[in-house]
Write a protein that binds this ligand. Structure first.
Ligand code: KG4
Ligand code: ZN
Length: 342
């Protein structure tokens, strides 16, 4: 790709339960990122309550954008373009960020770029903190494993913004499996971080959980694994009043991580990828990060821990590459609650 122009992007993300804003330079250097999480508010429902989420976005969006500008000591005059998550996500949540971004675009005359949230997750691997030295850029072709609460898929990236989806989950997403298993083990929402914590003191070899055999080796299926944990829990409950939650969490996590790791490695070999990229909320998982980081066959790009779960820096990064290649959206664009990456 030819040299890209310089641009400072202000981005907004509100696709689920995080209201976020960030300012990023040239697709990589992060100046400021603000994330207002509603996690505690949804924990009592055991999952994200869409109507509560959208109302909370309305309350948070202006303070979050203002705070981001104040923290960076910049004004809207210092921004070259705006980016906003257009989808996929909860419609009622997406419209809040979208309307804020359109308002800013109208008021300032700045160009606005609608960004796919999944593309944002992938581009989180390009970001570094502007106060630190710039790390090497991920090199194509890249085998990208996207593992979030709503999506699990393997994409071959041959260039910027160019994806070939090789496989995806046939049922639950990886994050969804962590959340559902967390719930059936009596752990708090969200299940991912809670399972990771419980697993720290558990025995990952105590329970042997099955792996689905699928026609397409790059597809995933986690519902059988989740059901196997449920059967084991029901059996154990018949025998004792106390569940070995730590061992169950550790055994589930080890199985899920192993599936994600092996399929990604195989796909990277089969398609002659130069590097691997792992992104999305589940890429915050320490066991998953460790297993990828401890192999030496491929260089692995995993975003900084704080950029794994939803944030606006990743939307600014993807927005930058879209903007730099001439993709500017019209102000009559609508949100796209279901929007595949490729
Ligand atoms: O990317 P994300 O913030 O939102 C979506 O776009 O879906 O991902 C959220 C998902 C949740 O399912 C959450 O349980 C999972 O990421 N997650 C984790 C960890 N941290 C977040 N899963 C496993 N281990 C973690 N440490
Ligand atoms: Zn996400």
């Amino acid at each position: 790709m030819t040299t890209l122009p310089s641009a400072r992007i202000l981005a907004i993300e509100s696709s689920c339960d995080e209201t976020a804003c960030a300012i990023l330079e040239n697709g990589r250097a992060l100046l400021t990122s603000t994330v207002a999480s509603q996690m505690e508010m949804h924990a009592r429902y055991g999952g994200v309550f869409p109507e509560v989420a959208s109302r909370q976005h309305v309350l948070s969006i202006i303070p979050v954008v203002e705070q981001t500008l104040v923290k960076s000591s910049l004004t809207l005059k210092d921004i070259d373009a705006l980016a906003v998550t257009r989808g996929p996500g909860l419609a009622g949540s997406l419209v809040v960020g979208m309307n804020m971004a359109k308002g800013l675009a109208l008021g300032t005359g700045l160009p606005l770029v609608g960004v796919n949230h999944l593309e944002g997750h992938i581009y989180s691997a390009w970001i570094y903190n502007a106060s630190e030295s710039m790390p090497a850029e991920p090199q194509f072709p890249i085998m990208a494993l996207l593992v979030s609460g709503g999506h699990t898929e393997l994409n071959l990236m041959t260039d910027h913004l160019t994806y070939r989806r090789l496989g995806s989950t046939l049922d639950d997403a990886a994050g969804e499996a962590f959340d559902k298993v967390g719930r059936l083990l009596g752990l708090p929402f969200p299940g991912g971080p809670a399972i990771q914590k419980a697993a720290e003191t558990g025995d990952p070899t105590r329970f042997k959980f099955p792996r689905a055999r699928l026609d397409n080796p790059y597809d995933f299926s986690f519902s059988g694994l989740k059901t196997a944990v449920l059967y084991e829990v029901n059996n154990l409950k018949k025998k004792s009043n106390t569940l070995p939650v730590e061992d169950l969490a550790a055994s589930f996590q080890a199985t899920a991580v192993d599936i994600l790791f092996k399929k990604t490695m195989q796909a990277a070999r089969d398609f002659n990828a130069k590097e691997i990229l792992v992104a999305g909320g589940v890429s915050a998982n320490r066991a998953l990060r460790n297993i990828f980081q401890s192999q030496t066959e491929f260089k692995v790009n995993i975003p900084a821990f704080s950029l794994c779960t939803d944030n606006a820096a990743m939307i600014a990064a993807a927005g930058y590459y879209r903007f730099a290649m001439g993709h500017v959206s019209q102000l009559d664009m609508d949100v796209q609650p279901t929007w595949p990456l490729s």
